[in-house]
Write a protein that binds this ligand. Structure first.
Ligand code: FAD
Length: 442
């Protein structure tokens, strides 16, 4: 018997329910990845994520070869390619991980149409607690994080599955060449399960509760791209952190629960990827020049510009900087969150429909934040989370010579550096949205 393990956002051998089931079901296993042009036309195959994906697939192939198999890569529509490989090998079962995005759901539906009962969709790959497993009475998802987290912490996750030890892939099968891609950001991390596990092993959550918001300390795990591509299993991370225990591990687990939270919102409300989750009455301000200054890190607010430049260089941004740059765009400049979310998705190597769109909505006040009008004042936040100005000096070279926290307010310096003037009055940073003003008439 032959089984197909169709890889999607689960590019790993450890704790991979679909691969595990394929190995249990069949004598031969076809580990298959399909390069579907629909992913590119949906705007998802950006240079940064394509480069990371290329690393992931090369690593997966190497790991599979070590245990006697290999990765079969095909290019085309997923359902067509799966049917083709099934016909070539006589495969009688196909295993795939459950997804939450509209794209993943459609893929599942098409596969189900063509394969019928030969298809098994496996929960437990994408998140530690699968979307839909816990729900409040009478509702299909949690809209508020705190009660979600309470239920999440009690939920049955199951035990992480071991990586297969041996696997044989039919020798006659042909594979397309592994893809290659050039990243847009010069300092992109290396993709793949091996690199992800190495990073995870080297990182300790011990000081996480104290340092995770400290921009210059850069003390977060940076595991997000590995989680996004499924090089690491969220369930395995949660299990290990639970065993590790301590306040750092607890704070880390809470962030992983935020990831699950957004996934269960998107699973229940796929439209929230583009439409406001909660509707709002007033209109966004439209000013393309302002938006472009934000994208390019030329707003004149050093903490904002530092974040945007980190994004351009690393394809990644610190969570606190994501919060500040998103709040600045949506609440201080009053631009539509979709403009910011689209720019983030273009560059983020961990760019993820559930986490990106729903975090943007959270910040913009259109999403699940229970205090939708809160405004993060970038100056006060800079004083708090970059108290010595080191993060700004690292990312904004024009200001690297300015000592201490005065780097956050260059407009107050007597010797003004060659740096853009603030895009809006510093005094107006937090007041606007609270008064519900429509800035189109500004
Ligand atoms: P750590 O602090 O080490 O956290 C561990 C893991 O928990 C992360 O890898 C991530 O998977 C998860 N996590 C942490 N914070 C959050 C959060 N607020 N929401 C959901 N999951 C979280 N994360 C993405 O993975 N992809 C995105 O596209 C994305 N876009 C964002 C956009 C905005 C506007 C904001 C405010 C946040 C966004 N995040 C996104 C969440 C968060 O910023 C990143 O997950 C985090 O910065 C990744 O760094 P890390 O791996 O070092 O995180």
């Amino acid at each position: 018997t032959v089984s197909i393990a169709l890889f999607t956002q689960d590019l790993r051998l450890h704790d991979n329910p679909a691969l595990h089931a394929a190995c249990t079901a069949g004598k031969d296993v076809v580990p298959l990845f399909v390069l579907d042009p629909a992913v590119a036309s949906a705007g998802f195959a950006t240079p940064n994520r394509s480069a990371f994906l290329a690393d992931c697939l090369a690593d997966l192939d190497r790991s599979l070869r070590r245990i006697g198999g290999r990765l079969i890569v095909r290019a085309g529509t997923v359902a067509d390619e799966v049917m083709r490989v099934a016909a070539e090998t006589g495969a009688d079962s196909v295993h795939v991980a459950a997804g939450v995005s509209r794209f993943a759901r459609r893929r599942e539906a098409r596969l189900r149409q063509r394969l019928g009962p030969r298809l098994t969709v496996h929960d437990g790959s994408l998140t530690a607690v699968p979307a839909g497993w816990i729900t409040p009475a009478g509702k299909d998802h949690y809209a508020v994080f705190t009660p979600y987290f309470r239920a999440w912490a009690q939920a049955e996750r199951g035990t992480p599955l071991p990586a297969p030890r041996r696997l044989s892939t039919p020798p006659s099968l042909t594979s397309a060449a592994l893809p290659t891609a050039r990243p847009a950001s010069p300092r992109l991390p290396e993709g793949g399960e091996s690199a992800g596990r190495t990073r995870w092993r080297r990182w300790s959550p011990d000081a996480y509760h104290e340092l995770h918001d400290d921009l210059a300390a850069d003390a977060t795990s940076r595991l997000s791209p590995y989680l996004h591509f499924g090089c690491l299993s969220a369930r395995e991370l949660v299990d290990a952190a639970t065993r590790h225990s301590g306040p750092g591990a607890e704070a880390f687990i809470r962030q992983l629960a935020w990831r699950d939270f957004h996934h269960q919102v998107l699973a229940a409300r796929p439209a929230a990827a583009h439409a406001d989750y909660r509707t709002r009455a007033d209109q966004w301000h439209i000013d393309e020049e302002e938006a472009q200054a934000w994208r390019e890190g030329r707003t004149g607010f050093p903490i904002i510009d530092a974040g945007m430049r980190q994004l351009a260089t690393e394809g990644w941004m610190h969570n606190r900087a994501r919060l500040l740059t998103a709040s600045f765009l949506t609440k201080s400049l009053y631009h539509d969150w979709r403009i910011g979310a689209a720019h983030f998705l273009t560059l983020l190597v961990d760019g993820d429909i559930a986490n990106n769109q729903l975090n943007w909505q959270w910040v913009a006040g259109t999403g699940t934040d229970t205090r939708p009008n809160r405004v993060l004042n970038p100056l006060l936040q800079a004083d708090r989370y970059d108290p010595h100005g080191d993060y700004v000096r690292r990312w904004v070279p024009e200001l690297a010579h300015i000592a201490g926290r005065s780097v956050h307010r260059p407009w107050l310096l007597s010797d003004r550096p060659a740096y853009p003037a603030p895009l809006i009055e510093p005094g107006a940073l937090s007041g606007r949205i609270r008064h519900g003003r429509n800035l189109n008439g500004r």
